[in-house]
Design a protein around this ligand. Sequence first.
Ligand SMILES: Cc1cc2nc3c(=O)[nH]c(=O)nc-3n(C[C@H](O)[C@H](O)[C@H](O)COP(=O)(O)O)c2cc1C
Length: 95
Amino acid sequence: MIVAAPLWAGHLATPMRAFLVGNHKLPEKVGLVLTRGGSSPDTAFTEMEAHLPAPAKAKLTLTEKEVKAGTFTEPLKAFVAELNGATDNTFGRQA
Ligand SMILES: Cc1cc2nc3c(=O)[nH]c(=O)nc-3n(C[C@H](O)[C@H](O)[C@H](O)COP(=O)(O)O)c2cc1C
């Protein structure tokens, strides 16, 4: 399962927060995706992971600029590869 949401005011966007606190039975294998303008995604990733039954298998963060420019192929490939088997990591630029 892949959980993807935007960053709002430095936090996980409220609709996704509401979904995650809704007592859904989430699978063990979850990948997290955060889109953002440019702030750090760390707090929002922590907020997302707090609702998972196990640590996320992979994390990907993309800026709105990267999404609009379509320059996310490599980070996306790495994210999918990670989700399918390697160690936990965060892909995408932090700046
Ligand atoms: C209400 C609101 C608050 C936002 N706050 C932040 C923020 O604190 N940091 C940031 O980097 N981007 C922020 N953004 C930008 C969004 O994260 C960005 O537009 C979004 O990830 C793009 O995905 P979307 O087109 O699916 O909304 C905010 C956007 C909105 C609408």
